[in-house]
Design a protein around this ligand. Structure first.
Ligand SMILES: *Cc1c(COP(=O)(O)O)cnc(C)c1O
Length: 431
């Protein structure tokens, strides 16, 4: 489960980390192990694996060799001690919250999160009494002001969907450290090619691998990465799942048996063995293959996004563009500090003609697809106010740059002149 240490650089790890030629056959590509069960050598071995006294495969809900290769690779790219793959990014956020907290607990959350995360948090509050305490703004001081004695964690995104706002991770990590709280960062929009939140003080990193990591828009998946740094033991019974004996595992205390990867082990035992949203080996294979080109793709995603954003900014039909790699944008300094390569390829822009113009623009696109995913090889557009961000009220929509006049783009890897030509013809029809 732990990652091998390696001196290789990022692009090399993206291709090699966590997988090796198959010792049984010599297959160079990671085999897909489509098997639910694994034959035990002895009853002792079976008992030891069940009780977590020794590592090994037993049943693919909890772990599988193809999925484990993906976990090792993402852990290596994030600089984490271990990672746990799950069936979706949504499950990754859910399992992190459920593993850290029990009903009655609270956590400070960024008020600018992926819409699915906000919906999940609302339902967990209403039905399971896990309380989100939303920070009023995006600064570290806003996060600190939201902390109460019930707070068990802080959660934010590295780059915020859909305005490409870059968060001050080091400032927020500093707040988390001061209050002895683990910092959870959803790194989906940056991917480890642009930001490695653990280097900036995060304790737990989550991903929707459905986006840039998989890259091709083929498969849904999620990942939970454990930096192995948070002192769960010092926090005592505040994190009882991680730090108190599990009677059905012969009194296993995770922090004692697995001090370096406690959170990952707790997620595997509670999140996968008990709750069950494991990743299919097929999806793990596709994601693993996608990651091999991640550094190359992110370079092009950022370059294309910057060129498209610059074109839009100068267009007479466009009111504003939210892409902090452009000069004079709010958040420019944070973007320059955390993402010198560029703040990814998902951003919004607004049309002077308001909602009718935004709708007309989207419906006039020919090359760029009208669809809800992000972070794919293909370029995509959507109207967030009526789809992904429809649950926000009007004031929150404007604050999150998803008012009715806004269009979200996820800029892909096509030739950028072709992308700009498609945008130009669609803008011409808006009038
Ligand atoms: C898409 C997304 C998720 C949810 O991931 P799924 O794989 O779609 O379940 C979570 N966080 C962010 C930032 C996302 O963009």
């Amino acid at each position: 489960m732990a990652t091998e240490t390696t001196t290789h650089r990022f692009a090399t790890q993206a291709v090699h980390a966590g997988a090796a030629p198959d010792p049984a056959t010599g297959a160079r590509v990671q085999p897909i192990y489509f098997t639910n069960g694994f034959v035990f050598e002895s009853t002792e071995q079976a008992a030891d694996i069940f009780a977590m006294r020794r590592t090994g495969f037993s049943y693919s809900r909890g772990s599988n060799p193809t999925v484990a290769a993906l976990e090792r690779r993402v852990a290596a790219l994030e600089g984490a001690k271990a990672a746990v793959a799950v069936s979706s990014g949504q499950s990754a956020v859910l399992l992190v919250l459920m593993t850290l907290m029990k009903s009655g607990d609270a956590y400070v959350a960024s008020s600018r999160l992926f819409g699915g995360s906000l919906g999940l948090m609302r339902r967990l509050d209403g039905r399971y009494d896990l309380k989100p305490q939303f920070a009023k703004g995006l600064t570290p001081a806003d996060f600190e002001a939201a902390i109460t004695p019930d707070t068990k964690a802080i959660i934010c995104e590295s780059i915020v969907n859909p305005c490409a706002t870059v968060m001050d991770l080091e400032g927020i990590a500093e707040v988390a450290r001061r209050h002895n709280l683990p910092l959870v960062v959803d790194n989906t929009l940056a991917s480890p090619a642009l930001i490695r939140p653990i280097e900036h003080g995060a304790d737990i990193v989550v991903h929707s691998t459905s986006k840039f990591l998989g890259g091709a828009g083929q498969t849904i998946g999620g990942m939970i990465c454990d930096a192995g740094r948070f002192d769960w033991k010092a926090a005592g019974s505040r994190y009882n799942l991680i730090n108190e004996p599990w009677p059905d595992y012969d009194g296993l205390v995770i922090t004692e048996r697995f001090p370096e990867i406690s959170f990952a082990v707790a997620c595997r035992l509670f999140g996968l063995r008990d709750l069950g949203p494991g990743l299919s080996p097929m999806n793990a294979f596709l994601t693993l293959t996608g990651i091999e080109t991640l550094p190359l793709r992110m370079e092009r995603h950022c370059a294309n996004a910057k060129a498209v954003a610059a074109y839009l900014k100068d267009h007479p039909a466009v009111e504003w563009v939210s892409y902090p790699a452009l000069p004079g944008q709010p958040g420019e300094a944070l973007a320059a500090r955390y993402v010198p390569q560029g703040p990814g390829s998902i951003f919004t822009f607004a049309l002077k003609g308001g909602e009718p113009a935004a709708v007309k623009f989207i419906m006039s696109l020919e090359l760029i697809s009208h669809l809800v995913n992000i972070g794919e090889i293909k370029s995509l557009a959507i109207h967030p106010a009526t789809t992904t961000h429809r649950q926000l009220d009007d004031a929150d929509k404007r604050a999150a740059c998803v008012g009715p006049e806004a269009v979200r783009l996820s800029v892909g890897l096509e030739n950028v002149e072709d992308l700009i030509a498609d945008i130009a013809q669609a803008l011409a029809q808006v009038g």
